[in-house]
Design a protein around this ligand. Structure first.
Ligand code: PPE
Length: 315
């Protein structure tokens, strides 16, 4: 169960957790009119720091724009500052941050534009997404019988609430059949992504990941993996991945804010490689965790400290 924090940010104002309620006839409830983000704040030796805050805010603004919410009422800087303030007032060392932009209460009917845009920022403590052992041991997954949202239906580059009805079908089917997660194929039958993760496939030392045209969310962890792999000198390509590549791969792994970098040890009960975490996933995890835990200098500028850094003279 969700453990409440003190405050939630609503349209620029901090309100109590229990006050953050909406009317049942808000546009979002009937029509799914929302875009959102998922961001992690990590405990580092110099205090809590938000991972790739700018990139997440940018994707939120992009998602809103795709749905013709051209002005959400707050600038990217205001939203970013709102999140840092939220983590501060809730006194969190680490947490998951969930900004949500949606169409609220006003008019009924499919046309959303007369309904007010509401912006909420919330945070809470969120542990390991696919189970405690997943990061070290890997997870057992299946290819879903559900197809990922297709081009010209729901735009995959937007992180919209409605997309997650598709993700829920994928996830529920996987769990019902005894798997941790499902992988959806795109409308052309190529590998797309997990219900809440991007996917990577390794063969002969080279990493493959589906391109943005394969109905994937442009994952920020995905981008981080591409950068880390490049800097480790591991060849990586964004390319169409046929389903059967999953069965003959040396390694397969997921990336996501919640899932971080999670190895996959079997697909459809076929062992991936040796049936456990592979060396490339392990190497990338090591790099990734060194950055987010702040045990290595933040060479990419990926961490936004929650507490303002004191100028040297004031220390
Ligand atoms: N694809 C999907 C469909 C997706 O939902 C996520 C994030 C990703 C890829 C990875 O994107 P990124 O987080 O930017 O690296 N899924 C979020 C939702 C989890 C949830 O259950 O809610 C997340 O990981 O925060």
């Amino acid at each position: 169960m969700l453990t409440p924090t003190d405050k939630i940010w609503h349209n620029g104002r901090l309100i109590r957790w229990d006050e953050a309620t909406i009317h049942v006839l808000s546009h979002v409830v009937s029509y799914g009119t929302s875009v959102f983000e998922g961001i992690r704040c990590y405990a580092t030796p110099s205090g809590p720091a938000v991972f790739r805050l700018r990139e997440h805010v940018r994707r939120l603004v992009d998602s809103a724009r795709i749905y013709r919410m051209e002005n959400v009422g707050f600038s990217a800087d205001q939203l970013a500052e709102g999140m840092l303030e939220l983590v501060r007032v809730n006194k969190m060392e680490s947490c998951y941050i969930r900004p949500i932009v949606f169409r609220g209460y006003g008019e009924m009917g499919v046309n959303p534009v007369k309904n007010p845009i509401e912006v909420y920022l919330a945070c809470w403590s969120w542990g390991k997404y696919l189970g405690e052992e997943a990061l070290a041991e890997g997870v057992d997954v299946c290819v879903s019988s559900w197809t990922r949202i297709a081009p010209n239906t729901l735009p995959a580059l937007a992180k919209a609430g409605a997309n997650y009805m598709n993700s829920q079908l994928v996830k529920m089917e996987a769990l019902a059949n005894g798997y941790s997660e499902g992988i959806a194929l795109d409308a052309n039958g190529y590998v797309s992504e997990g219900s809440g993760e991007n996917i990577f496939v390794v063969r002969d030392g080279k990493i493959h990941t589906p391109p943005l045209g394969a109905s994937v969310l442009p994952g920020i962890t995905r981008d981080s993996v591409l950068i880390l792999a490049r800097d480790l000198g591991i060849p990586v390509v964004e390319t169409l991945v046929p389903r059967e590549m999953l069965y003959i791969a040396d390694e397969v792994f997921f990336s996501g804010t919640a899932a971080e970098i999670t190895p996959i040890r079997s697909v459809d009960r076929i062992a991936v490689g040796k049936g456990r975490r592979g060396p490339i996933a392990e190497k990338l995890q090591k790099e990734f965790f060194a950055v987010i835990n702040g045990t290595r200098p933040d060479q990419y500028g990926w961490l936004s400290p929650v507490h303002a850094v004191q100028p040297a003279a004031a220390r």
